[in-house]
Design a protein around this ligand. Structure first.
Ligand code: NIG
Ligand code: FE
Length: 431
């Protein structure tokens, strides 16, 4: 005879529960996905919150009292006590240059001596130094390096990343880079969403022949990468002296024809009217926007293009200008924030990015957290799977050793993560 009563049978199943969260930030999509303007402040918080998970998916979100009534907890259910703790959706790092070899720690001295980013690149350093090292690396080397980065990201609460190629700059080396990203997605707990960034710099063998390189990207790289299913997005570094507005448009229209979604690095150093182009092409997201003009920003707001702000980059380049986040929020542009991790700006920590967003772009702690979760999910078109704690979504959840979300923007330079749950399993236990 079964020992289970009918009542137990009606209960919601769970193999993991989180109980007693002092503050459970759900980021429920009822306030929008992406959240725009004042809605960026709406975190959909539950105090004394609880979450139940079964087979990697969220089955219940509510108060601890309700969970204890409605969810079936057995001796085999994993229980996490989140008393005095903050619980949030896993961070989504929506702009990451994940695949590369080597490092560029030597460039700090050049920057301190007053050399600019483009001067270092012109002298064969910067991206081009990383290209030389990435071309020499095997796919196994690139997977090895990427895994080290992803491991650190996971420890800092990131559960999904966008991963760009862009240091191969030949068909063979771009494919190698994207194959490394695919292997990382298949083998690492973090979900990796791939972006082809063949138009990241002009490779040395095409110096002075940018249009010919653009032709190669369009006629050879994009068709092969799309055919192999190696990327979902295509990105271009649209910048004065790198790829022009016209070249960027050509590349992204070709990408669209091959089923790739559009991302653009725009107006990082010089305003080339990248924001207007992003609106015209209906890009999903754009990165940087330090110099974008007002009319371009207004067009982006109208077109619903997400601005992924990357405050780690002006920080590492020691620039005085940061992206005008307040103005963008006022215009109604959906804002995400991301690390931009690359050999010039190397941080795995979305917590660091949250801090920089508040202190240097004057975003509120709530806006920064929205930009790091649900809005970042939208920036990689994953808002129906991740970015909020809602029934049916992936159980990608972070438990922090702090009582409320303000602390994420307050205590800086240390890892505040206590535990990370990825696909319903505890994958990180820092405390
Ligand atoms: O987004 N600006 C272009 N690309 C990267 C940097 C790449 C590098 O310096 O290696 C960025 O900041
Ligand atoms: Fe970037």
């Amino acid at each position: 005879m079964s020992t289970m009563s009918n009542k137990d049978n009606e209960k919601i199943p769970a193999d993991l529960v989180i109980l007693n969260a002092h503050e459970l930030v759900t980021m429920d999509r009822k306030f929008g996905a992406p959240r725009i303007g004042k809605k960026m402040e709406e975190l959909a918080i539950i105090n004394d919150g609880a979450v139940a998970v079964k087979d990697g998916k969220i089955t219940f979100v509510g108060s601890t009292k309700d969970l204890l009534e409605k969810v079936q907890i057995t001796s085999s259910t994993t229980k996490i006590d989140a008393s005095d703790k903050l619980v949030t959706p896993g961070f989504i790092d929506s702009h990451v240059h994940l695949i590369f070899a080597g490092s560029r720690e030597n460039e700090l001295a050049m920057k301190l001596a007053g050399k600019t980013y483009l001067e270092i690149l012109d002298a064969g350093g910067g991206i081009l130094k990383t290209v030389r090292e990435t071309r020499k690396a095997s796919i196994d080397d690139l997977v090895f390096n990427g895994k080290i980065i992803l491991d650190k990201m996971l420890r800092h609460g990131t559960t999904t990343v966008e991963a760009k190629s862009g240091y191969g700059l030949s068909t063979k080396d771009e494919i190698k880079s994207l194959e490394a990203a695919k292997t990382l997605n298949d083998t690492h707990p973090i979900d990796v969403v791939s972006t082809f960034l063949g138009a990241h710099a002009i490779p040395p063998e095409f110096k002075g022949k940018t249009d010919e390189y653009v032709d190669l990207v369009i006629s050879d790289m994009i068709p092969k990468i799309s055919e192999k299913g190696l990327a979902e997005f295509c990105d271009v570094f649209c910048e004065k002296g790198i790829f022009s507005i016209e070249q960027t448009r050509r590349i992204l229209l070709a990408a669209e024809n091959h089923g790739l979604e559009k991302i653009i690095h725009i107006d990082e150093i010089v305003d080339t009217n990248g924001a207007a182009l992003a609106a015209e092409l209906k890009a999903v997201q754009t990165g940087h926007l330090l110099q974008s003009n007002d009319s371009g920003l207004q067009l982006m707001a109208k077109a619903g293009v997400i601005a992924t702000l990357l405050p780690g980059t002006p920080f590492c380049l020691m620039l005085k200008d940061y992206a005008p986040a307040r103005k963008m929020i006022e215009y109604g542009i959906p804002i995400a924030i991301a690390t931009d991790l690359n050999p010039n700006c190397w941080t795995e920590s979305m917590l660091m990015v949250i801090v920089l967003s508040c202190y240097n772009m004057k975003m509120s702690p709530a806006e920064a957290l929205t930009a790091a979760t649900i809005n970042a999910a939208c920036a990689i078109q994953r808002e129906n799977e991740v970015g909020s704690i809602e029934v049916g979504k992936k159980a990608d959840i972070v438990i922090f050793d702090v009582p409320n979300y303000y602390f994420l923007s307050y205590q800086f330079g240390i890892n505040l993560v206590s535990k990370v749950v990825k696909n319903g399993k505890i994958v990180i236990e820092n405390s």
